[in-house]
Design a protein around this ligand. Structure first.
Ligand SMILES: Cc1cc2nc3c(=O)[nH]c(=O)nc-3n(C[C@H](O)[C@H](O)[C@H](O)COP(=O)(O)OP(=O)(O)OC[C@H]3O[C@@H](n4cnc5c(N)ncnc54)[C@H](O)[C@@H]3O)c2cc1C
Length: 414
């Protein structure tokens, strides 16, 4: 008996979802399954840069034509204006392939910056930075983490911006500013207020837009990540960098709140993304188990591999339900912080385990670039650090739960 290839890559409507969300899921799945996955090797550059770039262009035009373009942006900026749930479920499906998102106009970190600009930018900033970014004429980066201060404690950031007349003067050192070398502008997290001892970081930081050709902006090096420098996770120095006062994004002192916007609901998208990648890894693993013969029998008949399948199924379903629950908490207007921290820890860890089992099932070819498993694996491991390491989120969960108990309030676990 032959087993259908890539069983996971077909979706049917979910009865609890609206017609709109189901329609977006199904149409996204059609593009990813029919156009992106069969071309993964070309998109990875196996057949050269020229072929890769022209295929990307073709797929982007196709997604645009299908009305599935830049789902993270409102319609007034040419985006889909997808609601929160639509975007969450769309993320799950796009993540079947590590090459999909870019085909739908979501290219990190520029896409995150576009969302922040769409929310906080002035008309002038929209003209200068947001619209060219949307048109693909500009790229950007987000420059927050510093080598000398722990990124997991944003109160510690020291890069300063001081107003001199009509200009901000910025001094400091950042690292892991992803995409810095290709970026036309950076959104830089700066300390703009003097420490008053209150420890209230929310009123100390301002995000400031810095064109990367401003004198004093210098890329020291691209930090190799997992052996590669392609992501340009750069170390950057800011030495007396002068930009106009009008480059501050949002009100002075609201930089941290704006960053939380990016990281808060964004974590639900990241986690749905992880879930989608887990489904793909699971699908590849099960398919391989039904085909590969070792020691006189199919892998699917070995109990170790059956254990991989069972454990992975449970991990994926738990991660998915937890993420959907968090999305529902956000939709209902309740305080989602505990749940957001919970999925930020649980889901990338679940993905790490599921992808690890899939790689093991494939043997040597599992760690090659012939399959997306190696990319998924490195992504999952990195996610356990980026956007807040596991430990920090666990501390937040415990603090929120304990505060709730000490206040005498009932704890609504629903
Ligand atoms: C591939 C990649 C891309 C990135 N891209 C960007 C980007 O574009 N822009 C940007 O600004 N940043 C970026 N980052 C940086 C990322 O956000 C930080 O690495 C992350 O926030 C952690 O900060 P840190 O590295 O300073 O670790 P630290 O804050 O030094 O923490 C180190 C470790 O200490 C432990 N720890 C921390 N606090 C506690 C505690 N209270 N109790 C117990 N243990 C604790 C955790 O295990 C943590 O991993 C990127 C990172 C990576 C790996």
């Amino acid at each position: 008996m032959t087993v259908a290839s890539q069983n996971i890559l077909t979706v049917s409507p979910i009865s609890s979802l609206s017609d709109e969300v189901n329609d977006i899921r199904l149409r996204t799945a059609k593009i990813v399954a029919e156009y992106v996955i069969p071309e993964e090797k070309t998109l990875a550059g196996y057949e050269g840069d020229e072929k890769r770039d022209s295929l990307y262009e073709e797929l982007r035009n196709h997604a645009r034509g299908q009305g599935l373009w830049k789902p993270h942006l409102p319609t007034e900026y040419g985006g889909m204006g997808a609601g929160f749930l639509s975007l969450a479920y769309m993320n799950e499906i796009m993540a079947w392939s590590p090459f999909s998102k870019s085909c739908f106009g979501i290219v990190p970190p520029s896409a995150g910056n576009e969302s922040v600009l769409a929310k906080y930018a002035t008309e002038d900033q929209i003209e200068k930075w947001l619209l060219p970014s949307i048109r693909g004429e500009m790229q950007s980066c987000f420059s927050m983490t510093e080598p000398d201060n722990p990124g997991s404690d944003p109160r510690s950031l020291q890069t300063s911006a001081v107003l001199e007349g009509d200009e901000w003067v910025i001094n400091g050192r950042k690292w892991f500013t992803s995409n810095a070398r290709r970026a036309d502008f950076a959104i830089v997290m700066c300390r703009t207020e003097v420490e008053d001892g209150s420890g209230n970081v929310n009123s100390k930081m301002t995000q400031i837009i810095v064109p990367t050709d401003t004198p004093g902006f210098e890329i020291v090096r691209d930090i190799p990540v997992w052996g590669h420098t392609g992501g340009s996770h750069a170390e950057v120095t800011y030495t007396n960098v002068r930009v106009p006062k009008g480059n501050a994004l949002g009100r002075r002192g609201t930089g941290h709140a704006a960053a939380q916007d990016r990281l808060g609901a964004g974590r639900v998208y990241h986690c749905m993304n992880c879930v989608g990648s887990m489904w793909r890894a699971f699908d590849l693993m099960v398919k391989r188990a039904t085909e590969r013969e070792v020691h006189g029998g199919k892998l699917e008949d070995k109990q170790f591999i059956q254990g991989f399948i069972a454990d992975s199924y449970m991990d994926i379903q738990a991660a998915r339900l937890m993420t959907i629950h968090t999305a529902e908490v956000i939709e209902s207007g309740r305080d989602p912080r505990t749940d957001i921290s919970a999925i930020k820890v649980f889901v990338p860890n679940a993905m790490h385990k599921v992808v690890d089992r899939a790689i093991q099932t494939y043997g040597g070819i599992g760690v090659s670039s012939d399959y997306p498993l190696a990319a998924f694996y490195l992504g999952a491991r990195t996610l356990r650090i980026a956007d807040g390491p596991d430990e920090v989120h666990k501390i937040l969960i415990a603090k929120n739960v304990l505060r709730r108990y000490h206040s005498g309030a009932s704890w609504d676990f629903g």
